[in-house]
Write a protein of this length. Structure first.
Ligand code: GTP
Ligand code: SPV
Ligand code: MN
Length: 641
């Protein structure tokens, strides 16, 4: 394999001392001696002392052949693409402008939740007391000793013969008071290129670090594999591990090069560490899209919505409303950082700079805005390839002839295997979205009028319900459940608990997280209204009862009318639902509204039992009493209905 060198070779680090300092995380690694010298590019001298120390410690541990500090320039991006082509990691898609195809190792296709850990001195900092010493569905705890061991078992020498890239990045617009900075070191050019799309990265961040030295340390390696598969994709699936130490502002990831496992600004920083920072500093870091909606009277409101992975955030964030006169604009499609301002208004920023969106199901009919965004400057991963150098995936439209599947083999539709992996994705600059909101990079964030929770519920759960008050809304978030999707390693379509769509992303004890949410209403604050939605209810034949996508604007219209205080709701056992005729269904053929809104008592009594079991077994004494009060109310409402 060629080893294209992106950095000048004339810079040799002869500073023996730095080689003796190991990563802050691991005492044992202090013993790691540097074998040979590491070539550093001249930019290393311009790093602030803290960043430089982190880079040098990482290099001492991983022993790369070269170190390259990323400047974020176009020239650098081109060099990376050239290198990745030579290594066989990407190939051009000549049908489009600056688009690239990557095929991962078939064993490295999604987040690996079972190998994702949070470290703290006390287990209870991380998972609720009910699961002490056992496996928790609400996060995996790791002791400091095991954390150190996991690092020393994997990292020493793991970058030998490779380049270590240093990625200074900002989550949120550089300089915004709501933004935070990280530095990721990685041996994956694919990660560097993707981080350039997904975050603000390069010299401007190094500049910002000169004013404020604080940053989150992110160490990533795809691992030391002697035999990368024919795709040129390096990974080490049997030893993959994703570690977080919130008290130390540190993330360490080994063995996977894909998505949330390796783009450490996203789930690891913006949600797991972010949720810890948010609690400490009094704000919210959430798995939510942010969208602006302008009504026919020209009034614009923003809403945030938490749906689990692969449950419709990108689609709602880019929706083309079917209701005439409505306009939707996108602020973010995956993560929201929200804080009450001094006027008591909840304001949200999107800490990301791009979309890492699910490809399958994206089409002109379902998400024309995504289709208008992704065919320039995009890296597609694990989609199928057409003979004209384009891409294809299930749900895009009729399959062209001679499709090559995500594994690089001629696709045979009759064989029943998908052409694109169900978790195949596009990685696209947000700026390219034709409906990107003019406020999307606003430093103070956009004001949030409503928060939606939702999931894939084939049965029993109505299209939309409004919470009676904030506490009830927190209960709605806490009791969210959804069908498993391909975004992580879960098999089948089992209905899983996924509170706040954050189950895989909590950085601390879920009971404390609930307390934090419950503490939000305060003197002088205007609380957003909370709703629960379900676009995914099915009839007996297994067909969706609701058309979804652009038609979801009908639900948003009702939500906004409720935010205006309009009397268009009635009380129901689950909360407030649209009054008769209040949900606009004009122009929708054959809608079974009755089934769409029915809440069978048997179903809900079972659901209540299931929630009780979950609360007891997973949260126990850490559950705020308010949640038991709400569960009692739910049961009482159904007993009386
Ligand atoms: P992550 O990026 O994993 O967090 O996913 P996401 O929440 O952004 O989900 P996304 O919008 O990418 O949608 C995932 C899948 O759900 C796609 O295949 C969509 O086509 C499908 N989907 C989204 N919205 C709807 C809807 O309103 N109705 C139906 N039936 N499917 C939808
Ligand atoms: C999700 O799984 O919620 C995603 C994709 O947005 S990943 O970046 O892999 O986490
Ligand atoms: Mn997501």
């Amino acid at each position: 394999m060629m080893h294209f060198k992106i950095i000048p070779e004339n810079y040799v680090n002869k500073d023996a001392k730095c080689a003796q300092i190991a990563l802050g995380c691991s005492r044992a690694a202090h013993q790691t001696a540097l074998r040979g010298s590491i070539k550093l590019n001249p930019q290393i001298a311009t790093l602030t002392p803290k960043v430089r120390a982190f880079v040098e410690r990482s290099a001492a541990l991983c022993e790369p052949e070269h170190v390259h500090v990323c400047d974020g320039s176009d020239a650098e991006a081109s060099a990376l693409l050239q290198l990745m082509q030579q290594q066989g990691t990407v190939k051009p898609l000549p049908k489009y402008e600056n688009c690239w195809l990557t095929r991962t190792d078939p064993a490295d296709v999604a987040r690996v939740e079972s190998r994702t850990f949070i470290c703290s001195e006390r287990e209870r900092d991380v998972v609720p007391i009910a699961r002490a010493g056992q496996k928790s569905a609400l996060g995996n705890y790791i002791t400091p000793a095991d954390y150190d061991k996991a690092v020393t078992d994997r990292f020493p020498g793991c970058m030998r013969g490779r380049t270590m890239y240093v990625i200074p990045f900002s989550m949120g617009p550089v300089g915004s008071p709501l933004s935070k900075i990280g530095v990721e070191v990685t041996d994956s050019p694919y990660v560097v290129y993707s981080m350039r799309v997904m975050t603000r990265m390069g010299n401007k961040v190094l500049e910002a670090l000169r004013k404020d030295e604080n940053f989150v340390r992110c160490l990533h390696s795809v691992g030391r594999t002697s035999n990368p598969s024919t795709t040129g994709w390096h990974c080490d699936p049997p030893r993959t591990i994703i570690l977080h130490r919130p008290t130390d502002n540190e993330i360490i990831s080994y063995g996977s090069g894909y998505g949330g496992n390796s783009l450490l600004g996203k789930k690891c920083f913006a949600l797991r560490l972010g949720s810890v920072l948010a609690r400490r500093e009094g704000w919210l870091a959430e798995h939510m899209l942010i969208v602006g909606i302008t009504d026919p009277k020209g009034r614009k409101r923003y809403i945030a919505a938490a749906f689990p992975s692969a449950c419709g955030k990108t689609n709602l964030a880019m929706m083309t409303p079917s209701l005439p006169g409505y306009k939707v604009e996108c602020v973010g499609d995956d993560i929201a950082w929200m804080k009450f301002d001094k006027n008591g208004v909840l304001r949200a920023i999107n800490p990301e700079n791009g979309f890492f969106g699910v490809a399958p199901g994206t089409s002109e009919a379902t998400n024309p805005i995504a289709m208008a965004s992704v065919f320039r400057n995009t890296v597609f991963t694990n989609v199928a390839e057409t003979s004209e150098g384009g891409v294809w995936w299930e749900g895009m439209g009729a399959a062209p002839e001679n499709v090559v599947d995500w594994k690089g083999k001629p696709w045979n539709a009759a064989a029943g295997t998908p052409a694109a992996h169900p978790n195949s994705r596009f990685c696209t600059p947000a700026q390219q979205c034709p409906i990107i909101d003019e406020q999307w990079e606003s430093a103070e964030g956009v004001p949030i009028s409503a928060i939606l929770f939702g999931g894939r519920r084939p049965q029993g759960v109505p299209l939309v319900v409004e919470a009676r008050d904030w506490q009830h809304g927190v209960f709605m978030g806490a009791t969210m459940r959804s069908e498993a999707t391909a975004a992580a390693e879960h098999a089948g379509k089992v209905i899983m608990h996924d509170p706040f769509a954050m189950r895989p992303f909590f950085g601390y004890n879920f009971g404390e997280y609930l307390r934090h949410w419950l503490s939000m209403p305060q003197e002088g604050r205007t609380m957003p209204k909370i709703f629960h939605v379900n676009w995914f209810r099915k009839n007996e034949q297994g067909q969706f009862l609701w058309p979804g996508f652009g038609e979801n604007s009908r639900v948003l219209e009702w939500v906004l009318r409720r935010c205006d205080g309009e009397e268009c709701a009635r009380d129901a056992p689950l909360g407030r639902v649209p009054a008769a005729g209040a949900l606009r269904t004009d122009g929708l053929a054959s809608l079974d509204l009755e089934q769409l809104f029915s809440t069978p008592r048997d179903f809900w009594m079972q659901e209540a039992d299931c929630i009780e079991k979950y609360f007891k077994e997973e949260v126990g004494d850490d559950l705020p009493n308010e949640m038991w009060d709400e569960l009692n109310k739910l049961r009482k409402n159904f007993q009386q209905s």
